[in-house]
Design a binder for this molecule. Sequence first.
Ligand SMILES: C[S@@+](CC[C@H](N)C(=O)[O-])C[C@H]1O[C@@H](n2cnc3c(N)ncnc32)[C@H](O)[C@@H]1O
Length: 529
Amino acid sequence: MTVVLDSRYHQNGSPQKTLGAVYTPPRVASALARWAVRGVSNRVLDPACGEGVFLAAARTRLADLGDRQPTCLGVDIDPLAASASGAICRDFFEWVQLTPMFDAIVGNPPFIRSHLFPEGSRTIAFQQMREMGLHPSRLMSTWAPFIALTCKILSRKGRLAFVVPEELLQVGYAEELRHFLLSRFRRVIVCFPTPDLFPSVQQAVVLLLCDNELSGPQGLLTIPFAHLEDGPPYPVSPAPPWEWCSKWTHLFLSPKDRETFSDSFRQLGFKPLREYGRVEVGVVTGDNGYFILTETEAKQVGDEFVTPIICGARDLKGIRLSNDDFRLLVKRERPTYLLHTSTPVDELPPKLQERLQQGVEQGVNRRYKCRNREPWYAVPSVWPADALLLRQAGEVPKIVHLDKKYASTDTIHRIRWKQPVLSKRHAVGFLNTWTLLACEIMGRSYGGGVLELMPSEANNIPLPPPLSNLDTVFDNVDEKMRLRRFDSAIELVDAVVMPPRVTHAQENDCRNILSKLIRRRKTRENGDG
Ligand SMILES: C[S@@+](CC[C@H](N)C(=O)[O-])C[C@H]1O[C@@H](n2cnc3c(N)ncnc32)[C@H](O)[C@@H]1O
């Protein structure tokens, strides 16, 4: 019988891409199967088996354990893959509704992004996740429901061993799944494969191993790939999640570095930024090129219809924007004034009416953000901030104190402090090794090595208390930052915020960890690897 591959899976891209196929080298499949399959009578499943590399590894493992006729069950939606591996050709999300329990579930579930996740599959998958008490999100790639639903059919003493995208450790939509795994299993072990194992894969992957083993360390753990491959006794290192961070990105640090950082961090008494103020997004104009004017343009439309605004990280050299700095930007004809009015057109001066007419001719009024507001040129949420926080940083993230309050565009976050008089201390205090380390752990990085912090993440960044001594180093740190001498700036701040309990050795170790994390962001290395 020929089974026709469901056409939904072939829309919008190559079959391999839409089927989320990232193939696993036999070496990795063998290591995972050896860990997961422990008894000769184990029932083994690969829920998205492709051409069957895990099935072959599991059969070998069962044979090694003494099984004369090892059988393992595979499921795959692709008829070619299913027939090659002797698997059941079904959509796993349909098939899983009526299936018995397994002792070992191994595999490499598909990584199909949310926009390509076929609607029918998603509906069935999400319905079953809700029945498990979970709250699936439409942002989810397929690997997330694959993990959740395989847990449903794994026996209490069973083992799960998957290749999953590294984003499991950090994406917001997997936060509940991360908690779920830690409550469902006594051990959740993450293993970073060495770079040579998945050389051609664009998306970084980790190995996820879960079970209810009673002996040894429990909770979130890590194991280097070499130890996994060596087989028992599988020495693992504890890596409990940090309570101030909802992600598992601390796993990017080696066990020793995790310990060093959390030992000293505990002694600091830093508080999350939200205790001192609030970070919010900058102004969304809909078209910065049109709405943000140079001084010459601003003069033409009239002072009362513009408000000063900062629109690029390149305009923020140090940790302070002084009145002189702003004047210099204005003089250089940088865009520094936001067109800001909601007055009806016919009540506006002729020059401004002319500019608005040009906007209509250029189609600015039909832009997504503009067409949804009344009138189209009334930019909302324009409020001046006490300080700014770079949304994206190439080197180190920073808070910039504003001598005068300004708004910013959405490439820069705005901060309102509970006590604006402490603004300078917060800006300079932010530049310490521990806060910057926390930024690396809590933020996200994309290609190109840039670190991005969203307001929800930034509001949780731990900040030192606004000690009066910070005033004494402010100007010096500002100067060093302007000269891009980041390390010297950080050392100056560390010397002030470090309580005597933290030793010089700990301080140095933490600085090295920060350098490693920045290097990793730029080149992508891993802690245990
Ligand atoms: C990453 S590949 C895994 C291949 C194999 N496990 C390996 O590591 O070499 C993902 C597989 O998932 C299959 N797949 C995609 N969506 C599926 C679904 N809803 N149910 C079952 N299989 C699916 C694809 O056909 C593809 O073979």
